[in-house]
Design a protein around this ligand. Structure first.
Ligand code: G4F
Length: 330
């Protein structure tokens, strides 16, 4: 029997890799997208352009329970991957209210609609290492207490708690992935990794002079998004609903990322990166590094891409983009 999956956030980095992965596994893939995206496909669907004839898209928004209810009442899904969110931490400081609204209510609407209409559908919630925030231990694992440091992190803790509550209260198969930072050539330009690789490529091609960054000493555990979507799928194939940390176990500073990325194009980052105090966050998460022992042992999940592979792939794509190559197959 062909399985049917619903992905919220299918047009994003993770959604696009997950859709590809599920299609390769023989799934029928459906995605929730905002109506504005359907009206502007060239810009909004650039990450899933190559999949458009193989996925079914439905107009709905996380702000509207009726729109979600309508889609879930019209189709029977085996698995639901809830990835859509306002995911830029810095933006959550500027507008915490809309981040909370979208991320918390959106998750609650998805869970409530599934409980009422399809309680046997397996549910994946995109939790985040931002939930750990001011970390009480290193590395962080499933049992590490949360201390979020941004409205975004707080909204993800609420989503995590809602997911666990639906599992405990209604016996639904609801699992959360606690995913550490994961990047790729499909990453949005507002996130620091893509900001760095695109700037390095543009500086190399003489299209930009400097790169302004905030905290260069923050440490992150950066993996490849393509590896991380495999973990999401494995979580929903497990015999019981549980939460898993997904991470590489390696942590690097933003400065090291700069050094390697600029090094890839033969430049010294120290000649181009300018520290800008305005880009610091009101409260910073200084150090994240995950212990994915549980995912490794229970799900047999392993990341394939190394930190250097990831940077090289992102730089190559940004060099091609900057040189004016077509953006297909990003
Ligand atoms: O790339 P970032 O914006 O990612 P951040 O805040 O770690 O969050 C990402 O990973 C989370 C998983 O842990 C996800 F849940 C979340 O949705 C998102 O995908 O920033 C990384 C670090 C921060 O410490 C930030 O302060 O880079 C530092 N940084 C320094 N200068 C900068 C900049 N970040 C950005 N975006 N832009 C800067 O100019």
């Amino acid at each position: 029997m062909q399985k049917k999956a619903l992905i919220t956030g299918v047009t994003g980095q993770d959604g696009s890799y997950l859709a590809e992965h599920l299609l390769d596994l023989g799934y029928e893939v459906h995605g929730l997208v905002r109506r504005v995206a359907l009206e502007d496909p060239q810009r909004r669907f650039n990450r899933i352009e190559h999949l458009l004839d193989r996925v079914t898209l439905h107009a709905a928004t996380l702000e509207s329970y009726p729109s979600i209810f309508r889609v879930i009442s019209a189709h029977k899904f085996d698995e639901c991957y809830h990835l859509a969110a306002q995911s830029f931490v810095a933006e959550s400081f500027s507008d915490g209210f809309s981040t909370m609204n979208t991320n918390i209510n959106g998750t609650h609407y998805m869970l409530a609609a599934l409980r009422d209409l399809q309680p046997t559908c397996r549910f994946y919630f995109a939790g985040s290492s931002e939930m750990f925030g001011k970390v009480p231990e290193v590395p962080q694992k499933e049992s590490t207490p949360f201390h979020p440091r941004s409205p975004y992190g707080i909204s993800k803790v609420a989503g995590f708690d809602l997911t666990r509550n639906y599992r405990e209260a209604y016996g639904m198969f609801c699992a959360s992935g606690i995913l550490f930072n994961h990047e790729s050539p499909r990453r949005g330009f507002e996130f620091v990794t893509r900001k760095i690789t695109s700037a390095a490529a543009r500086i190399k091609h003489g299209k930009q002079n400097e790169l302004r960054l905030g905290n260069l000493d923050a440490c992150r555990d950066w993996g490849h998004a393509k590896d991380y979507v495999r973990a999401m799928h494995l979580m929903l194939q497990h015999d019981k609903p549980e939460d898993f940390v997904v991470a590489t176990g390696e942590s690097h500073t933003v400065r090291e990322f700069c050094e390697l990325a600029f090094g890839e194009v033969g430049l010294d980052y120290r000649n181009h990166v300018v520290k800008d105090d305005r880009l610091y966050r009101p409260a910073e998460v200084e150090l994240l590094v995950g212990d994915a022992t549980k995912a490794r042992t229970v799900l047999s999940w392993r990341p394939q891409s190394t930190f250097k592979d990831l940077i090289r792939e992102m730089i190559q794509k940004d060099l091609a983009l900057t040189a004016g190559s077509p953006i297909n197959q990003l």
